[in-house]
Design a protein around this ligand. Structure first.
Ligand SMILES: [Zn+2]
Length: 365
């Protein structure tokens, strides 16, 4: 007799086309052309000073008119989205192109959504996995997390020119790898949490396979890629890491979910007492999650050493002085209040999260 399985929906979202490689930016016009011949280009001033000429050239040589160009994006805020949407409405584009880091592409994707147009993203550094996702993270003017908006569709085209990304400061790749490190552990927790609930949508096993592939690639290629970037050698390890961050991490996280690593990041940043980049805090949060889950010592040790090798923090002290009360508040937020806490298979207790933080400090895992 076969066991009856509950009927569940498996769903997966993805960008329509992902193009990565040296000179990939010159594919932009040709690949975007099916979506129209009027582009609205949005980005930060640094990104557009580096890549803007190539963006314009690729569009014009494929008969696409640039009807709007805004290089003032500094932060993905509601007011920036509204301002650029208004500007876009007057320009009457057929699609919106976001050029730059997470803040620029998230703003562009949200603007495209408000204008009911397709979005295209062009990454210029490797600190973010936002380029391929259908999500915009909105912040306040002083860079405090406000909300993550889920958009109705992913970018129709994602361009990752590895020559441009390779030339960005190496720290961006370190931060991107730190964030992507969490993908496998959070995806595994998320899947277990969903299986317990039974009535909810479940991620396809494809998403979990991508999360595992991302992790394997980071472990294998990460340290060599960073060394190569620092030595000015554009190796295949560099391209493997770019793909792990920009494609497999993005597709895995948005078809599963975040869990304790990101919940702790959110709890710590809310205290106002920690200083650190998103990827640094998430890498540290990943170690805490692994210790909280009581994963095998060898596995934690491997991640620990990998982080140290790349210069990613492995101690809370790396983020500055944090009071005991603030740390407790961060653990309370991570265990009980943060939306991502629901993606852990069992209800968490703040004391257990604090216990994991302490075990990481004492290296007793
Ligand atoms: Zn993240």
């Amino acid at each position: 007799m076969t066991a009856l399985r509950p009927i569940t929906i498996r769903r997966m979202v993805a960008p329509s086309l992902y193009v990565q490689g040296k000179g990939a930016i010159y594919h932009l016009g040709q690949k975007a052309f099916p979506y129209g011949d009027k582009a609205y280009v949005v980005g930060g001033s640094t990104a557009l000073s580096v890549a803007g000429d190539r963006v314009r050239k690729s569009l014009l040589s494929n008969g696409i008119e640039v009807v709007g160009w805004n290089d003032t994006v500094k932060e993905c805020t509601n007011s920036a989205i509204d301002r650029l949407t208004e500007e876009g409405r007057r320009a009457r584009p057929h699609f919106v192109i976001g050029v730059g880091g997470g803040r620029a592409v998230d703003t562009a994707k949200a603007v495209a959504w408000k204008l009911k147009l397709p979005s295209v993203t062009v990454g210029t550094q490797c600190a973010t996995n936002a380029d391929a996702s259908a999500e915009s993270v909105v912040y306040t003017e002083d860079h405090r997390f406000l909300e993550a908006i889920t958009l109705p569709r992913n970018p129709v085209l994602v361009i990752e020119d590895t020559d441009i990304i390779f030339r960005a400061p190496p720290k961006y790749m370190v931060w991107g790898m730190g964030d992507a490190l969490s993908t496998r552990f959070e995806a595994e927790a998320y899947v277990r949490a969903r299986e317990k609930r039974k009535d909810a949508e479940v991620p396809p096993s494809t998403a979990l396979a991508l999360a595992k592939g991302c992790y394997a690639s980071l472990m294998e290629h990460g340290p060599r890629a960073l060394a190569d970037i620092k030595n000015g050698s554009h190796s295949s390890d560099v391209d493997d890491v770019i793909e792990a961050v920009k494609l497999s991490s993005a597709m895995a996280f948005e078809n599963t979910g975040c869990a304790l690593a990101h919940a702790l990041h959110n709890g710590l940043t809310r205290t106002g007492q920690v200083r650190g980049e998103h990827g640094e805090l998430v890498a540290y949060g990943t170690i805490v999650q692994m210790v909280y889950e009581r994963r095998p010592r060898e596995e934690v040790q491997q991640v620990f050493e990998w982080c140290e090798n790349l210069g990613l923090p492995t101690s809370i002290k790396a983020f500055g002085e944090i009071t005991k009360a603030a740390l407790r508040a961060a653990a309370e937020h991570a265990a009980e209040k943060d939306l991502n806490s629901r993606n852990m298979p069992d209800k968490m207790r703040p004391s257990e999260v604090l216990g994991a933080v302490e075990r990481v400090e004492k290296r007793s895992f």
